[in-house]
Design a protein around this ligand. Structure first.
Ligand SMILES: [Zn+2]
Length: 70
């Protein structure tokens, strides 16, 4: 089961394991209705794996040369 993020109108964002198709959960803070947020991270990995991979490798190259042994 996928983990979704839910945002309430009170500003609380919570993650929860829910069934596919669940659109809202009860906010743990105020008890109101928290709506599901479409995760941009999961969407990007699904739709553009080549881009995510290229970005990750160029990023690690930069940090690797900067920090030396890391
Ligand atoms: Zn709330």
């Amino acid at each position: 089961m996928p983990v979704y993020e839910f945002e309430c109108s009170c500003g609380t964002i919570s993650e929860d394991l829910v069934r596919v198709g669940t659109r809202s959960i009860t906010c743990p803070q105020c008890g109101g209705r928290a709506k599901k947020i479409m995760s941009p991270c999961a969407f990007e990995l699904k739709g553009g794996g080549w881009y995510a991979d290229g970005y990750a490798s160029s990023k690690s190259t930069i940090s690797g040369s900067a920090s030396g042994d890391k």
